[in-house]
Design a protein around this ligand. Sequence first.
Ligand code: R5P
Length: 303
Amino acid sequence: MSEERLNPVLLTFDGRAPFAEALAQQMDMELVPVELHRFPDGESLVRMCTRLAGRDCVVFCTLKNPDSIIFPLLSAAFTARELGARSIGLLAPYLAYMRQDKRFHTGEAVSARPFAHLVSTHFDYLVTVDPHLHRYHRLDALYRVPCTVVSAVPLMAEWIRRNVEKPLLVGPDEESMQWVGAVAEMAGAPFVVLRKIRRGDVDVDIEVPELEAVQGLTPVLVDDILSTGHTLSKTVVALLERGFGAPVCLAVHAVFAGEAERLLAEAGAQRLVTANTIEHASNAVDIAAPIAHALRNYLKSIV
Ligand code: R5P
């Protein structure tokens, strides 16, 4: 007699975060927060209190502070496998370590590669949203397991169509071209790409070309990752100095490291808008539906 197939499990490192709850409900998954104990010496211990044997598991983890979570994450995947899970996927809406995609200085790690190696060793597949693909054009050049990239572009374009009159989309640097160009096309709006000179983590300058022909439009700055906020705040200042109205800042991933929000407010940004790949007050673009679609495809394909 065949054993009854239990529903898939959504193991989450974000507890009962609204995103995880909504996803589990939409997909009829059992939501199981991973219990994470930190010992006084800094070691960690994960515990998953449900039956995992024979079940398809998806581990949901926000990789905003990746070094604090990577060992617990790998330990959870390893343990789920030991306990008999049938499949183990990683849902990391924000994929960390994609920006160190080159050895910029002698002896440095190309961190994107060891990170991809670790994830590929412990998970069967990866679902993520708009990873920072710059020198690597595809995730399968880094990851050895199937990867699905969900795009926030159509939803960002829709947000602009609904919320901004006469937008001018602005990419702060050539790396943003892939997002700003695609969002502009779907939103039916003009766009320009500026030039960024980066000297260090928080030392950036933005060069703005002649923009006389597009004066009077509302700038909407579009980037994939809003981290320290230096890239977008410098862009805001440069556009205000050229006579534009207060820009809207639209980014996929709300990393918001350090003083990013203060910097952007002081620079004169009108509004910050992000997708909910990382929970933040600026989330206004809901990416849950295309993520659920991608996960369903994996879960259906496992026989
Ligand atoms: C890098 O090129 C990315 O696309 C972003 O522009 C960058 O990560 C933003 O970083 P920050 O907010 O620290 O300036």
